[in-house]
Design a protein around this ligand. Structure first.
Ligand code: ASP
Length: 483
């Protein structure tokens, strides 16, 4: 199926799943709950007993659903889809980071560009996550939810106890075990170090290794797109499985969550990034927005920053006047590494699910330490996510695992992921565009006659450095990031 139609198929899958789940819900839920209560609590019980056994009751109900023909189908297909998603994450992140880091340093003269781009990426992603964190704590979507969620038997609360706990979490002792246990943060650290030290290998080995990891990355991107193409079926099954136990009310809860993500993205798009750009360059960010609108709208409709890359590059060069030296380095890397919208979304989505989960499972609390973990991982995950549709959601399992949320609850998020993906991708591309323009100006690689008033004094606040020595060769930086 053509990729542009995929979201309609996902929507159709979701509606189908909602119908499927509602039918299961109406046909079986009351009976299954009564049987589970009788089995676990006997003939008579108090309200307190019922509350304290609610987790076991829900697990028993879930088991009974999966023993029916259509409930079993939803369970099986949904589990396969989740497994496939998890299957691609480790090689995808590893190859994406190794080839990204290795590519960043392959031309020695890129150091200055690298620092500026890196500072922009980190600062803006961090501001994005903070915006998300602020709004999710303000609006608290999902809090006090009454959804009877299916609770996974394996979910454990694993929040760090102290600051040291949090720091120690980042250091792997056995990278194979980390991969097997899906401890992605370890893998990410290892991949970054691997990329850095790969650059110190002798030239012959270095270029073959870079080529190898770029090849793996391309293959993994394709494999991920294939798995995502299965989303309509997977989503139908996951939604059916969820709605069977919660009833259709689940969709009402999602409205608050979607509104929170959208509001936070709007703040970042229209306030934070333009303000930062203005502070750094003293130029009007909104005329850049107008010039970039074809790329932003393409990002919106494709939900892929990698797919939009050629257009972003063309608009920045042709519409804003940014030199190719800047676009060819800052953009390809930014399309994969700099994802403000994705970072913000990860943070809001995880905290929303945590709110919903905490409402039904009092043993689960999101402490400050856990929120800090979410913030850090949201940044890390946004760096590791590929610039393709739904990549942010695929990667979210990493954060779910780290804070002890059952990964099947990602089903909640699939239901509204497409519109949110379109919005966050636009923010991702907008941040790349703002960053590239600001860096180009500071590097005297911006032809101001193209967009800005050429008589305007060039009072860039970012330290201006000589142009000419930081050029990426096209073949270096264009490499294969277009996906
Ligand atoms: N679709 C986003 C992008 O391409 C990544 C994500 O899913 O957040 O930028």
């Amino acid at each position: 199926m053509p990729r542009s139609r995929l979201h309609w198929w996902i929507l159709a899958g979701m509606l189908f799943g909602a119908l499927w789940g509602t039918l299961l819900n109406v046909a079986y839920l009351d009976g299954f709950e009564a049987q589970a209560r009788e089995e676990l609590l006997g003939d008579e019980w108090t309200v307190e007993e019922e509350i304290s056994a609610s987790r076991e009751i829900q697990q028993a109900v879930q088991r009974r659903f999966s023993q029916t023909v259509f409930g079993g189908l939803a369970h099986g297909v949904g589990t396969i889809f989740l497994s496939l998603l998890m299957m691609v994450v480790i090689p995808l992140v590893f190859s994406s980071l190794v080839s990204g880091v290795a590519g960043m340093g392959s031309a020695r003269s890129l150091g200055r560009f690298g620092w500026k781009a890196g500072s922009w990426y980190v600062t803006t992603s961090f501001l994005a996550v903070l915006t998300g964190l602020l709004l999710v704590n303000l609006f608290r979507p999902g809090q006090g939810s009454t959804m009877p969620l299916p609770i996974s038997a394996t979910a454990q609360v694993q929040v760090p106890e102290s600051g040291w706990d949090l720091v120690l979490r980042f250091f792997p002792s056995n990278i194979v075990r980390s991969a097997a246990e899906f401890d992605l943060i370890h893998l990410i650290l290892f991949a970054i170090l691997f990329g850095v030290f790969l650059l110190q290998a002798p030239e012959r080995l270095r270029s073959s290794l870079i080529l190898f990891f770029e090849g793996v990355f391309q293959v993994m991107m394709k494999m991920t797109l294939f798995v995502i193409k299965l989303a309509p079926i997977g989503v139908a099954a996951l939604i059916a499985r969820l709605v069977a136990q919660t009833g259709p009310s689940v969709f009402v809860e999602l409205a608050g969550y979607a509104a929170t993500v959208a509001a936070a993205l709007a703040v970042h798009l229209f306030v934070t990034l333009p303000l930062l750009f203005f502070l750094l360059t003293r130029r009007n960010p909104f005329i850049v927005m107008k010039a970039m609108s074809p790329a932003l709208l393409t990002a919106f409709s494709t939900a892929s920053s990698s797919g939009t890359l050629p257009l972003t590059m063309q608009r920045l060069e042709g519409g804003v006047g940014v030199g190719h030296k800047s676009t060819s380095f800052v953009l390809p890397l930014g399309a994969t590494i700099n994802m403000d919208g994705t970072a913000l979304y990860e943070c809001v989505a995880v905290l929303f699910v945590a709110n919903v989960y905490a409402a039904v499972n009092p043993a689960f609390t999101m402490t400050m330490g856990a929120q800090v973990t979410v913030v850090i991982l949201a940044l890390v995950v946004s760096i590791g996510a590929a610039g393709i549709p739904h990549a942010g959601l695929v990667m979210m399992v990493i954060i779910f695992k780290a804070v002890g949320l059952p990964i099947e609850l990602t089903a909640l998020l699939w239901a509204v992921d497409r519109p949110l993906d379109m919005c966050r991708t636009m923010v991702n591309v907008w941040s790349d565009s703002m960053g590239t323009t600001a860096i180009a100006l500071s590097e005297k690689d911006l032809d101001e006659k193209v967009l800005f008033d050429s008589s305007e004094p060039a009072s860039a606040v970012i330290t201006s450095a000589e142009s000419g020595s930081g050029a990426a060769t096209q073949s270096d930086s264009r490499r294969s990031r277009t996906g």
